[in-house]
Design a protein around this ligand. Structure first.
Ligand SMILES: [Ca+2]
Length: 204
């Protein structure tokens, strides 16, 4: 009888291990935009210098809600920057990265490889883009934009016209207007806009 119990426990343990291995599904995703992002002056976001805008690819957490960043411009609440299957943070890039010199202004192209999609199958993913590579130490005013959140289902149901990037392939959009709206317009847009520009002074 005791042997039978141990055998059952061993089988349960093995099944648990198998499930945990089988549950992790590594995949690649590719995120990009086709309309250039512009700053508050209507100029394309810098994508060619060392100070090209910081790009964070963030998971909303299980609540599906975009949380604000802290005084170090890091996600807060249950939001986290995407990590790969080994736990290495991979959801960080810069505007213009991957583009030929002189062609990256305003464009974002993020290829994230070997992430465990099952970690992010709930909630949504969004991009947070700054007007500087180092918002913490930036001398001027820091501006940023959040993309609309999208789900893994959004990503994997989109046309895979670039299969070399893996299964995931997604084009994000910031709506029709990329220029920072006037404050009154911001209030109107907050209810349903895909993204809104905000500004934050370093003293905040
Ligand atoms: Ca959240």
């Amino acid at each position: 009888m005791r042997r039978t119990i141990w055998l059952v426990l061993a089988l349960i343990s093995l099944l648990g291990c198998y499930r945990s291995v089988a549950y992790g599904i590594p995949c690649d995703i590719y995120l990009y935009n086709t309309q250039p992002l512009v700053d508050q002056f209507g100029d394309k976001l810098d994508g060619t210098t060392l100070d090209a805008g910081l790009v964070q690819v963030i998971w909303t957490g299980l609540d599906g809600i975009i949380n604000p960043f802290d005084d170090q411009y890091a996600p807060t609440g249950d939001d986290i920057i995407l990590c790969d299957a080994n736990g290495v943070q991979v959801g960080v890039s810069q505007v213009g990265a991957g583009y030929p010199v002189g062609f990256g202004d305003g464009y974002v192209s993020v290829a994230i490889q070997n992430i465990d999609c099952t970690n992010y199958c709930s909630g949504s993913i969004y991009l947070r883009i700054f007007n500087t590579s180092d918002p913490v130490n930036y001398e001027g005013e820091v501006f940023w934009i959040d993309s609309h959140p999208f789900t893994m289902q959004d990503i994997f149901s989109s046309p895979a016209s670039s299969p070399e990037w893996g299964l995931g392939f997604y084009q994000f959009s910031f709506g029709d207007s990329f220029i920072i709206p006037e404050p009154a317009t911001v209030l109107l847009l907050c209810g349903g806009a895909l993204a809104v520009w905000f500004k934050k002074r370093r003293s905040c």
